[in-house]
Design a protein around this ligand. Structure first.
Ligand SMILES: C[S@@+](CC[C@H](N)C(=O)[O-])C[C@H]1O[C@@H](n2cnc3c(N)ncnc32)[C@H](O)[C@@H]1O
Length: 398
């Protein structure tokens, strides 16, 4: 099969910046698909054009109808990096499609600022909440963020100030690669909201105000979360996440999520992992939402409802955490797990422990008891204040 669909990455310098081979491909196309900006680059070229709709998937039937003809989809930069190539490659067979990348906005920023691509965190705020930025904030981090538009740099500056990163340096890079290229630079705290072009990318060199870093390993301090006591405490949470084994692109169900801490740390640790928090108390659902935003994981999906019914219709998980109340939920979750999936259940009650012990007897797995005590003042001296003992059951589904 030869490809009929060509996804051509294009820079802000338009057709003139394409290598001759790709330029010919565009000029000889039966149909060129793109956004407004891309189609404008065609000038008076005599080709049929189609403006894509948002979401792009709505335009797919029309593109498919041209199968066998020569179709070109124009896309900014690297179509496989926050671009339409990602969706099109998922939807079409490998032989049908060919992708021709141009340098991405990330590459262009690194080239302009002399930064190493290996050392930057890349993130898209294009049509996404600015809170996402929080998850990549770290005292010395360099971040490159794609923008939605002219409002993004100001929103980034405000978020940096709120997050205790007001001393960070910001660069706004407009229209990289074209004659209109321009750069604005400043400190987040002093950002004066200068007018910014629609097409811009933001680079950040992070400077943290206080020196209490938040690391990337699970087990964030309990104070990092808003909670009403229903929180898997730091020490137990770290062990719990280790047993859940966060992995890229995998899905966690956090059943009875409380404050959402386990689901949030799963997303933070897994790199492109996904999580669903299932919680029945509306007040806790609100806390989960706040925590997810505050920690930079606003994409956490929240299901308000009672398990096991609330689990109906959810995509099968790669890991399940049951933070309280086992009973029939355990069987239902085990059944839903994908092969190789991890099940971890923590309980603090005698009844819960009985349920886990009988599962363990029938199904194997690991049963451990976690007893943590924290040193606290006793008058002028210190004594051990024990936390409730947690019985933890863990199983890998074969
Ligand atoms: C949907 S993303 C596309 C990213 C693209 N796939 C890439 O590799 O650059 C669109 C965002 O990329 C950024 N961008 C792309 N090209 C740019 C350029 N030449 N100058 C400044 N920003 C650019 C802007 O932040 C814009 O909102």
């Amino acid at each position: 099969v030869t490809a009929w669909l060509h996804v051509v990455g294009i820079g802000d310098d338009g057709l003139g910046g394409l290598p001759p081979r790709l330029r010919r491909l565009v000029e000889s196309a039966d149909l060129v698909v793109g956004g407004k900006r891309h189609l404008a680059m065609l000038g008076d070229l005599p080709v049929e054009r189609l403006l894509w709709r948002t979401p792009l998937i709505d335009t797919l039937p029309e593109i498919r109808r041209r199968a066998g003809r020569r179709v070109v989809v124009l896309n900014t930069g690297d179509p496989m990096w926050y671009g339409v190539g990602e969706l099109l490659c998922r939807e079409l067979a490998p032989g049908e499609i060919e992708v021709h990348p141009a340098p991405s906005a990330f590459s262009l920023v690194c080239a302009r600022l002399g930064w190493s691509m290996r050392e930057i965190a890349t993130i898209s705020l294009h049509g996404r909440p600015v809170e996402r930025l929080r998850r990549v904030l770290a005292p010395e981090a360099r971040i490159v963020a794609l923008s939605t538009g002219p409002e993004t740099p100001g929103a980034v500056a405000r978020l940096l100030v709120q997050a205790g990163y007001g001393d960070s340096r910001i660069w706004v890079l407009e229209h990289m690669g074209s004659e209109r290229e321009r750069r604005i630079e400043g400190i987040a705290r002093d950002w004066s909201e200068p007018p910014v072009a629609d097409l811009n990318t933001v680079a950040i060199s992070c400077v943290a105000e206080d020196r209490t870093p938040r690391g990337t390993a699970p087990g964030l301090p309990d104070e990092a979360f808003r909670h009403d006591g229903m929180l898997t405490k730091r020490e137990v949470r770290a062990i719990t996440l280790a047993r859940l084994m966060p992995m890229p692109r995998q899905l966690l169900w956090d059943v009875g999520a409380g404050s959402g801490a386990v689901a949030i740390e799963w997303i933070l640790a897994s790199g492109h992992g996904r999580a669903v928090a299932i919680e029945r108390e509306p007040a806790r659902v609100a806390m989960i939402r706040d925590n997810a935003e505050a920690l930079g994981t606003p994409e956490l999906e929240i299901v308000e409802g009672t398990a096991p019914d609330a689990l109906n219709g959810l995509e099968p998980p790669d890991a399940v955490f049951i933070g309280g109340g086992v009973g029939e939920v355990l069987a239902r979750c085990h059944e839903a797990l994908r092969p190789g999936g991890r099940l971890v259940a923590n309980v603090v009650t005698v009844e819960g422990e009985q349920a886990l012990a009988s599962w363990h007897a029938r199904r194997g797995g690991e049963l451990v008891r976690l007893q943590v005590a924290r040193a606290r003042p006793v008058g002028r001296l210190r004594g051990w204040r024990p936390l409730m003992a947690v019985t933890q059951y863990a199983l890998v589904k074969r």
